[in-house]
Design a binder for this molecule. Sequence first.
Ligand SMILES: C[S@@+](CC[C@H](N)C(=O)[O-])C[C@H]1O[C@@H](n2cnc3c(N)ncnc32)[C@H](O)[C@@H]1O
Length: 239
Amino acid sequence: MKLFVVLTLFPEAMEAYASTSILGVARAKGLVRTEFVDFRDFARDRHRTVDDRPFGGGPGMVLKPEPIAEAVEWVEARHGACRKIALCPSGRPFRQAVAEEFLGPERILFLCGRYEGFDERIFSVLGFEKLSLGEFVLAGGELPALCAIEAVARLVPGVLGDERSAIEDSYSSTGLVGAAPDGARGLDHPHWTRPRVWRGAEVPEVLMSGDHAAIARWRARQADQALQARLKSMQRTVD
Ligand SMILES: C[S@@+](CC[C@H](N)C(=O)[O-])C[C@H]1O[C@@H](n2cnc3c(N)ncnc32)[C@H](O)[C@@H]1O
């Protein structure tokens, strides 16, 4: 079974999300296990301190390395060695290819930061890798960790009701990649459902034709157009 352990200061908030929807289903099916560990429980002082002022001055507080190290050692003593990932805005960008890569390790330990982030020695001494959910800054690593876990969990065979969903999803390495340029992955085609006419807008005729080859060709063209539009909007963002 795939194991995700998350070190966080907000285990209850994360547990509430992980016990519902697809993560709850993955758990119920016995395919994915998610555990949330409060690393404040590993602070040794009376006030259960996990942060301190930054050396060199400046605003905010920095997460101390000792409670994190003790929490990691406790987790690894129970479960065995884990791949260790710390959520950091400056880290390796998370994308579908990384989610697919994370299917490999049996156990992944995520570390959620708060305040100004971590003492650098959690990387050099404890061997955490940095992972970023994007070029923005949140107050903590909890949402990024849940995003990454959900993206990986839905790829675990048996978690989704229909395996084809993950194969045909945008950015999938296994789906049809249409006319994607080097390095870009294909997108899903757009979807329609009943009613056939809604507020004057009709479902495209081809989808009602029953001609599966024509539908497949039409969807591939639609996916290509979506990809070109996305690449153009990314170019605008860079400009
Ligand atoms: C306020 S942020 C710290 C930001 C840090 N001082 C910086 O500028 O890079 C607190 C914590 O939120 C998490 N976090 C915020 N934005 C993130 C992002 N885009 N990706 C991953 N983690 C993020 C990290 O765990 C981080 O340690």
